[in-house]
Structure formats: structure tokens, C-alpha cells
Design a protein around this ligand. Structure first.
Ligand SMILES: NC(=O)c1ccc[n+]([C@@H]2O[C@H](COP(=O)([O-])OP(=O)(O)OC[C@H]3O[C@@H](n4cnc5c(N)ncnc54)[C@H](O)[C@@H]3O)[C@@H](O)[C@H]2O)c1
Ligand SMILES: N[C@@H](CCO)C(=O)O
Ligand code: NA
Length: 431
């Protein structure tokens, strides 16, 4: 792009995010031009159907159903991919890069599954590939990890990175709703999709965790490296049990550096109400970062929605445009550390276990022994007497997930244990 020439932008997909990108490109045109130093011009919008209803009016003549032809035009400087999914998004991004365009995308699913292929193509063709919108929507988190913290050593990232599940868990906590009822409300408000599997079962958060871990630890982490558990099994009893111990249940994406390996997981966990992430309500997102020199940082804001997500897309677009004007490109992938990914069994965590037991002599000792047999140290035990039985709530110290899950299996098989009523990991508290 020459210094006074417009930056020519093609947008692929005109749904929730794409329509807001198109709107902002029009409404902010004068400011964008001033910030970039050249006009930012929309030259085409690829859609699936020309006659579909849209949230934005696309200028005459810009709509096309041939996305491949659009990205193959030699007058396109930047392609914004907001179709989502693996194909045809991957083919279109690769074609755009090959054709000399830079790419801005919000596509976490594709980046988490096949990021390296895209990064290599960007490198090979000397173009930019930016994706701030892919993790936690509008919240600036990827740029801080990639740039602001590039001189520090990030040791841990804890994130609430899925708005739908945070909304559901928040309703279960504050309104006492059951999972199904809270999900229905999330669907009515338009947070959850008709098929909520990607959100509820943690796939969306796992993709984001893979991207966060890759950037935080300068390694390649893909979605298949992430241990994933969703929230569909979280019960009102779990939520109440968390409340009783001054905690709240959140779906967390946890990325940790352990010696020279990384551990990456997504699962519901109890965190103390005093932890900054406990105050993240409704569909908001937040990412809590711990690094050696900076200490603790928290990034908070709207993690979804057309307009917030478009804000992140436009931020990337301005960066790409400035790079192009300066005749340079931004930093590419940084995977030099090439760290191994720890299996979940070797990851260290803590468990909260609630069990119904017979209320008689020696029961507590037997339960304590089960923990001891797996070399798991107990932090607290709370007992609540009932008519004929008692509920014991045990919170462990840190141990490997394998030791902790073996302890739970052991408890389930014990004659004195009537039922294990709640099992959940506990995070966000110093040992
Ligand atoms: N909506 C959000 O809150 C949000 C937040 C962060 C990231 N994202 C990501 O942004 C991307 C877009 O999400 P969205 O919510 O806007 O989805 P959406 O379903 O609202 O929009 C996608 C659009 O792409 C169109 N499309 C599908 N195939 C096409 C093709 N071959 N050519 C042209 N158009 C095609 C669809 O018709 C649809 O209008 C996804 O990768 C998503 O993960 C969305
Ligand atoms: N479905 C996602 C959208 C943002 O990726 C969420 O609920 O957070
Ligand atoms: Na973001």
C-alpha cells in the first residue's frame, strides 16, 4: 500500500459481527482515515444469500456470494473473515494471504484447530494475521500478551472467556435457578445459540484457552491439547455447596506454566468470592494474568456481541493499516519455547467433595484415611448432621488430578458413603 492510497477492505460474512464491522467502517470513516493516515475503504462484502435480512445496509454493488473471487481480487489489501467455522473460512484466509492481503479474523475455532497453518502462510507471504476478537471479544487481551507482556514471564492465565456459560452460572448462583432454567433464559436473551453445545460443553472456551496458552507461553497449543469439561453437569447442589464455603462456581479456562511444560484446561471450578474473577457477572468476560515481574493483572469487559466484537476487529484493522503504511508487518507467531503439554492427570489442583455418610463412630476417620491412601492432604472438613446421616464437605490441599480423582472413586466404593453429592475443583486461592 502506498502512502496516500486507500486501504481496501473486504469483509467475509455479514452476520452479528460482520454487520457491525460494516457499520463502523462507514460511521467511523473520517476518524479511521485520520488515525491511519489514508482512507479505509470497504470494497466488498461476501454473504451467503444476497436477499437475506441484514442489520446493516451494505452500499450498492458491494455484496457478492462469491467469497473466493472477492479474496482473489488483486485490489484488496485486508480481508476480514467473520464467517466462522473451519471451512470455507480456512481456504478463504489462505487464499487471501497467498494473494497478498493481510487478514483480520474473529475465528477462534479455526485458530485453535489449525492456527499454525495460517501463521505459516502469513509468514511465507509476508502479511499480517490479527485475531484480537477471537478471545474475549472486545477485551484487549491478545495484544497485551503478545506485546505489553513480551518482556515478562507469564506463569498463569485464568479466564472467564465464555459469556453464555457465565450468564447461566450467575443465574444459578443469584436466582437459585437450575441449569435447564438458566439455559432457557440465556437462549431467550439471545446469549445462547439454539444449539448451545459449543458454549455449554466448553468447546468455545477450550478454543480460547488454546489461543491464550499459545501466546502466554510462546508455544503451540491446539484445542486437542486442552482438557475440557462443560457446565451441563453442574447442579444446584454444587452451587449451594460453593456458597456455603464462600465460593462461587465459574467455568474457567486455566493456562499454567509448570516447570517447562504447560497445562491447559477448561472446567467448572469453585473460586473464593474474594477473588477478582468472582465478581464477573452475567455475560461478561474477564482474564486474570499472573506474571513474574508484573504480578497480577485483570482484563474485564464484554466478551461477545456484534458491536463489542467489531470493536476488536476494527482495532486490528487499524493496526494492519498502519503497518501497511509503514511498509512493515506486525509480530508473527512466537512459538520458540516449544513446551510439552501436561496430561490432565499430572496437573495439580484442589478438590471440593461433598458426601452423604452414615452418622456413626469412625466414619470421619475412614474418610480421612481414603484421602491419605492417595497421598492427598485435607485442608478443611465440615460436617453437617442430619436425622440418620451426615454430610461431610472435604476440601483438599493441592494434589495431582489423578490422585484426586482416584480418591473420589475410592470414596464412591466405600460402604459408609451413601452418595458423593458434589465434586468440583477449587481454584484461585493460594495454597
Ligand atoms: N457473535 C459474537 O459475539 C462473537 C464474539 C467473538 C467472536 N465471534 C466470532 O466471529 C465470527 C462470526 O460470528 P457471528 O456471531 O457474526 O456469526 P453469524 O452466524 O452471525 O455470522 C456469520 C455469517 O457468515 C455468513 N456465511 C456463512 N458462510 C458464508 C460464505 N461461504 N460466504 C459468505 N458468508 C457466509 C452467514 O450467512 C452469516 O451471516 C465467528 O468466528 C465467531 O466465533 C463472534
Ligand atoms: N458464544 C460465545 C461468543 C463469544 O465467543 C460466548 O458466549 O461467549
Ligand atoms: Na479480545
Amino acid at each position: 500500500m502506498e502512502s496516500d492510497k486507500a486501504l481496501r477492505v473486504a469483509v467475509l460474512g455479514c452476520g452479528s459481527v460482520g454487520s457491525q464491522v460494516v457499520r463502523l467502517l462507514d460511521e467511523q470513516a473520517a476518524d479511521l482515515e485520520a488515525r491511519v493516515g489514508a482512507p479505509v475503504e470497504l470494497v466488498g462484502v461476501a454473504v451467503r444469500r444476497l436477499d437475506a435480512p441484514r442489520e446493516v445496509e451494505v452500499p450498492e454493488g458491494l455484496l457478492t456470494t462469491d467469497a473466493l473471487a472477492l479474496v482473489s481480487r488483486d485490489d484488496v489489501d485486508v480481508v476480514v473473515e467473520v464467517i466462522g467455522g473451519i471451512e470455507p473460512a480456512r481456504t478463504l484466509i489462505l487464499a487471501a494471504l497467498e494473494n497478498g492481503a493481510s487478514v483480520v479474523t474473529a475465528n477462534k475455532a479455526l485458530l485453535a484447530e489449525d492456527g499454525p497453518t495460517l501463521f505459516e502462510a502469513a509468514e511465507k507471504h509476508g502479511r499480517d494475521l490479527y485475531y484480537e476478537a477471537a478471545v474475549a471479544g472486545a477485551i484487549p487481551i491478545l495484544r497485551p500478551l503478545r506485546e505489553s507482556l513480551a518482556g515478562d514471564k507469564v506463569t498463569r492465565v485464568l479466564g472467564i472467556v465464555n459469556g453464555t456459560t457465565n450468564f447461566i452460572l450467575d443465574k444459578m448462583d443469584t436466582a437459585g435457578s437450575g441449569f435447564a432454567e438458566a439455559l432457557e433464559e440465556a437462549q431467550e436473551l439471545g446469549y445462547a445459540e439454539a444449539d448451545p453445545t459449543a458454549d455449554v460443553e466448553g468447546f468455545d472456551a477450550a478454543a480460547k484457552a488454546a489461543i491464550l496458552a499459545s501466546l502466554a507461553f510462546h508455544s503451540r497449543v491446539t484445542a486437542s491439547d486442552v482438557h475440557r469439561e462443560g457446565i451441563s453437569e453442574v447442579t444446584a447442589a454444587d452451587v449451594q455447596s460453593a456458597k456455603d464455603m464462600g465460593a462461587v462456581v465459574k467455568l474457567l479456562a486455566i493456562c499454567e506454566l509448570k516447570d517447562d511444560a504447560v497445562a491447559v484446561r477448561v472446567h467448572p471450578a469453585m473460586i473464593p468470592r474474594s477473588h477478582p474473577l468472582a465478581s464477573v457477572r452475567e455475560a461478561y468476560n474477564a482474564v486474570f494474568v499472573e506474571s513474574e515481574a508484573a504480578g497480577q493483572l485483570m482484563f474485564y469487559g464484554p466478551g461477545a456481541g456484534g458491536s463489542p466484537t467489531a470493536s476488536a476487529v476494527l482495532g486490528d484493522l487499524v493496526t494492519v493499516a498502519r503497518n501497511a503504511r509503514a511498509g512493515t508487518r506486525g509480530v508473527g507467531e512466537s512459538a520458540y519455547a516449544d513446551r510439552a503439554v501436561l496430561p490432565m492427570g499430572e496437573t495439580r489442583t484442589r478438590y471440593h467433595v461433598a458426601i452423604d455418610v452414615d452418622d456413626r463412630a469412625g466414619v470421619l476417620a475412614q474418610v480421612a484415611l481414603a484421602f491419605a491412601e492417595h497421598d492427598v492432604s485435607i485442608q478443611t472438613v465440615r460436617q453437617e448432621g442430619r436425622d440418620l446421616d451426615a454430610q461431610l464437605v472435604v476440601v483438599s490441599h493441592e494434589a495431582t488430578d489423578a490422585q484426586l480423582s482416584a480418591t473420589v472413586e475410592h470414596l464412591r466404593g466405600m460402604e459408609i458413603v451413601r452418595e458423593v453429592t458434589s465434586v468440583m475443583r477449587v481454584e484461585g486461592e493460594a495454597e
